[in-house]
Design a protein around this ligand. Structure first.
Ligand code: FAD
Length: 471
């Protein structure tokens, strides 16, 4: 009698929707928009996974999470093992589950995506991290015996935190030096509360601290002490100082009052809690008509912040078309739902102010798309004579950032790229100085949380080899 074939799993092509705050409600608060999967929905979503023999999803993950592994545990209802699997390679799962561009990475490679919707990997990662936080003790991994080696980390953003996590587990003595009074980097001062609650960032920073990492805040390396001074005391040093130097458009009127860089605007509102003025003493202008220039995540965050601060009209002014928007699709949709008006194919060329120096109008040009440029996107070309003027009483410029210059400027012998980033060997994250490593936005320019974490993992592995005299 012929052997019976095992029953083939029926494809479920529709992902479970994520509950979120209604847009009418959420524009009046700074609470998190996406509410997370309830347990039964998470298990249902995880059950769609085909558990491929040769999974492609892992290959799209810069920190190499065992994705089918944690999904399998979720299906079985063994959430403890699920989160343990993630934490083997990722110390910040609640953050990555919320802000990683999964659609461009792990989910992009999911085989289900060829016919329908890929597995919601990020939402499941978030579910497990939140489950762990809600259900008792956060587990501490097995720690290696102490090596007696001392490592300094500059910057407590995702890159620095990842290196700290990996090196402390390997037995080294790790100290972070952070310029601001709070840890988390962009996660704390840039990404708004409604997308990434600060309690979650603090929780994940506290986890690393609980492993024994020492953290000095309000410590500006390059000013308080230089890298070379630190190296008199430490055996190795990692630079994860990020890309916090905002670009401007370099057009007339940019120095008018009411014109902000997105960095300043978001830092005032998030880190300095300007949205809770006067409880917190950080003033932020409450304008009626706000223009946010740019089309990435930073621009979306700024526009959605302006809506919540009570602006009557918020426009996103972007020089290419919707198809080229660099922001996550989910965030662009959220922004539109909340009432942000997209002025596409539009380029500001001049800002006009009143007699007191406050911005009042923007002059723009209409654009059309030409040939593809070096980035592969079609280049915006001005339509001659299409100038027009629009009234605005605040402008937020969110067109990009460069690496922070302080460490490059104060550390002799460090090779620096034309764009101001620290040059490293990609396979080790080593710099031109023998005991200095670097990663994240200080190397790549403004990039992503997970790429900064991926660099951190590579650097930690290479630093460990060096510290143990294996190189
Ligand atoms: P950072 O996060 O910038 O951290 C660097 C840290 O170093 C900071 O805490 C800084 O204070 C400190 N520092 C700097 N100089 C010194 C010094 N001299 N001494 C001591 N400390 C110093 N990415 C995503 O993946 N998804 C998103 O949705 C997303 N949204 C974003 C929204 C906004 C508004 C912004 C600005 C960025 C966003 N990004 C997003 C990008 C992402 O946050 C960054 O790529 C990532 O944080 C880089 O990590 P990092 O550790 O290299 O640097």
């Amino acid at each position: 009698m012929a052997e019976e074939k095992p029953e083939k799993k029926k494809l479920d092509l529709n992902r479970q929707p994520m509950p979120k705050q209604d847009h009418w409600e959420r524009i009046r608060n700074f609470d998190e928009v996406a509410l997370g999967y309830p347990t039964e929905v998470a298990v249902k979503e995880a059950s769609r996974c085909l558990q491929c023999k040769k999974p492609l999803c892992n290959q799209g993950c810069p920190v190499g999470i065992d994705i089918p592994g944690f999904i399998r545990h979720t299906v079985e209802g063994d959430f403890g093992s699920g989160i343990r699997t993630i934490k083997e390679t990722n110390a910040l799962p609640a953050i990555c589950g919320r802000v990683c561009p999964q659609e461009e990475q792990c989910e992009k490679s999911c085989i289900l995506g060829k016919k329908g919707a890929p597995i919601a990997i990020g939402r499941l990662e978030r579910f497990l991290a939140d489950w762990e936080a809600a259900h008792g003790k956060i587990e501490v991994p097995k720690m290696s015996p102490k090596t007696g080696k001392k490592v300094a980390i500059v910057g407590a953003g995702p890159a620095g935190i990842t290196v700290s996590n990996d090196l402390i587990i390997l037995g080294h003595d790790v100290t972070i030096f952070e310029a601001l009074h709070e840890c988390g980097g962009v996660l704390i001062y840039g990404i708004p509360e409604f997308r990434l609650p600060k309690a979650i960032v603090n929780r994940e920073v506290e986890y690393v601290r609980s492993l024994g990492v020492k953290i000095h805040t309000d410590y500006v390396v390059g000013k308080t002490r230089t890298v070379d001074r630190l190296l008199e005391e430490f055996d190795a040093l990692f630079v994860g100082s990020g890309a916090g130097l905002p670009w401007f458009m370099e057009i007339p009127g940019e120095n008018l009052n009411g014109v902000y860089s997105a960095n300043e605007y978001l830092t005032r509102v998030n880190l300095m809690k300007g949205f809770r003025f006067p409880e917190y003493q950080t003033p932020v202008k409450r304008p009626c008509r706000v223009a946010v220039v740019g089309g990435g995540n930073v621009a979306m965050d700024s526009a959605r912040t302006a809506i919540r601060l009570g602006a009557d009209e918020v426009h996103l002014v972007y020089r290419r078309s919707r198809a080229e928007l660099p922001a996550r699709a989910e965030e662009a949709e959220n922004a539109e739902e909340e009432g942000v008006i997209f002025d596409l194919l539009t380029l500001p060329v001049r800002l006009f102010g009143d007699e007191n120096g406050w911005v009042r109008e923007i002059e723009c040009l209409k654009m059309e798309l030409g040939e593809a440029d070096a980035s592969g996107r079609r280049k915006p070309v001005p339509v001659e004579g299409s100038n027009f003027r629009v009234p605005f009483d605040a402008v937020v410029i969110a067109i990009g950032n460069s690496p922070n210059p302080l460490i490059p400027m104060t550390t002799p012998g460090l090779e620096i790229s034309k764009k101001g980033g620290i040059v490293t060997q990609p396979e080790t994250a080593r710099t031109s100085r023998v005991n200095i490593w670097a990663g994240g936005d200080i190397v790549r320019g403004a990039a992503t949380v997970i790429s900064a974490m991926g660099d951190g993992r590579i650097a930690a592995a290479s630093m460990h080899k060096y510290l143990m005299n294996r190189e």
